[in-house]
Design a binder for this molecule. Structure first.
Ligand SMILES: [Fe+2]
Length: 498
């Protein structure tokens, strides 16, 4: 076990525990070597540590504070770019006796953005181009700027939503922009409901009648999915889970252990044991650990305050899963990677703690499991989507998944609670059609087929925390969806109360 040493400190009186706690209070994870480096600083006192943490808070963006980054700051050279500090890991994914697993798309090792204005321009152009391509299969659009020149009676256009507001007459005005110009679209009648649920940055097509400078909408068309009845027919099973929160004092260890026993064929009826035998891979959609400093007062709800200790415990538990099963581990907002999405895979210092059958991927990631295309995404954007669309709520998370599928974008709101890394290619666009989209984050269970795509939200392994009680979130822990042979969906329960 690599633990941050707790010992009495330098002459000034700051122990390693003081240092770790100070960083944790500010939501930062610090490498044990960096702790030892600070301990050795003769000039370190509470004030200088606070000022150092201020500088780090401005530059670290949720990554781990390493001795190297600390050195830069101590020399007063803040390192601004943490986007390129991750590599891909080169797994042996084609072992003959296992199913073939291929990580098809993932930001890990491919990040290039620095967060400047040019990056944002490239990013939103990429979003527009990808989604406009999908929409052009369904509409014959003309550029917005040409409307004022040609003055057609009727027209179809494609644009990105820049603003939506209700007018004094009860209609909705949607500002739509493409690369050539901007126009006001008026939504009346039944279209008002669609307009009232627009989230902010969707790319849409509108068919309408030109009236003066405005386009009066007849139809508002989302990129959406085509209807698809085909289901992959395989003889193996895939397990979906998320939000384990190792390190939290609300982690449901008994239920988790029961789940591991089931995977080992030690519990369950004959049918369940047969199903366990067929499991070839497990997806984890983020929040593997509880992290530190994620929300105010979190330290009081932690059993393990040190992020390394949390990942060590996670790795030990993963070791209990049979090695023939591949574990595809994608991070979430509680994990020790940058918070801006897309998130890369866990850094090597944590990833290397896990057994070899764990494949670390980014968030989101597209993974092909022997012909089954899985899109795994933690689901942080659900907070904004559920807040914006009143008919949605946390108890029915698949309806939020349907909204992202309709928009073909994982984070259709910019500027909400999901921070964006403006990568040149927008990897948050759902530009292909997955067989399964797997999310977590909201700690409730839900699964349904939407236009042939299995949408899954995979609950959690943490009971209600004080923070969740305050925000009225009622988790449904210990529910495990399993995509079994012949495309059948199973729901297993490992927690008595849910
Ligand atoms: Fe979570």
């Amino acid at each position: 076990m690599v633990k941050v040493e707790i010992k009495s400190s330098n002459d000034v009186g700051l122990s390693s525990l003081d240092i770790v706690s100070k960083f944790a209070e500010r939501g930062l994870n610090i490498h044990p070597k960096a702790v030892r480096m600070l301990e050795r600083l003769e000039s370190l006192n509470v004030e200088s540590l606070d000022s150092l943490i201020d500088k780090i808070s401005m530059t670290s963006r949720g990554a781990v504070v390493t001795p190297e980054s600390l050195q830069d700051l101590i020399r007063n050279k803040p390192k601004m770019d943490v986007y390129n500090s991750f590599d891909s890991y080169g797994y042996d994914l084609d072992s003959k006796k296992d199913v073939k697993i291929k990580v098809e798309k993932d930001i890990t090792g491919n990040s290039s953005c620095e967060g400047g204005i040019e990056d944002f321009v490239c990013h939103f152009n990429s979003r527009f181009d990808k989604l406009a391509n999908i929409l052009r299969r369904r509409v014959k659009s003309i550029p917005i700027a040409s409307l004022s020149k040609i003055k057609p009676k009727e027209a179809e256009i494609i644009g990105i939503v820049c603003g939506v507001r209700e007018t004094s007459s009860g209609n909705y005005l949607i500002e739509l922009e493409d690369k050539t110009g901007r126009i006001n679209v008026i939504a009346t009648g039944k279209l008002r409901e669609i307009a009232s649920e627009l989230l902010g940055e969707e790319v849409l097509a509108v068919s309408g009648i030109l009236k003066g400078k405005n386009l009066i909408a007849n139809r508002i068309i989302f990129p959406d999915l085509p209807q698809n009845g085909k289901r992959p027919n395989k003889d193996f099973a895939i397990v979906f889970t998320s939000d384990i929160h190792f390190g939290s004092n609300a982690f449901l260890e008994e239920s988790w252990n029961l789940f591991i026993k089931w995977l080992n064929g030690e519990v369950g009826n004959e049918y369940m044991r047969e199903l366990a035998e067929k499991v070839k891979c497990i997806f984890i959609a983020g929040d593997v650990v509880d992290g530190v400093g994620i929300y105010p007062g979190q330290d009081k709800e932690l059993r393990i305050i040190d992020i390394y200790g949390q990942y060590e415990e996670a790795a030990e538990h993963m070791d209990g899963i049979p090695k023939k099963i591949k574990i595809i581990l994608s991070p979430g907002n509680h994990d020790a990677v940058r918070q801006a999405e897309p998130q890369p895979a866990l850094p090597k210092e944590f990833a290397s703690l896990f057994p070899k059958n764990v494949i670390h991927v980014g968030n989101p990631a597209w993974v092909d499991v022997d012909g089954i295309k899985v899109l795994v995404y933690h689901g942080r954007s659900f907070d904004d989507i559920i807040l914006k669309i009143p008919r949605l709520d946390y108890s029915n998370p698949v309806e939020a998944i349907v909204e992202i599928l309709k928009r073909r974008h994982l984070v259709p709101i910019y500027g909400g609670r999901s921070p964006l890394a403006p990568e040149k290619e927008d990897l948050l666009v759902i530009d292909e059609i997955p067989d399964v989209i797997h999310t977590g984050h909201v700690h409730t269970y839900g699964a349904k087929f939407y236009k042939g795509v299995l949408a899954i939200n995979s609950s959690a392994w943490q009971s209600q925390t004080e923070f969740q009680r305050k925000v009225n979130l009622n988790p449904m822990p210990g529910n495990v969806p399993v995509y079994g042979p012949n495309g059948k969906l199973h729901r297993l329960r490992f927690y008595k109360g849910s």
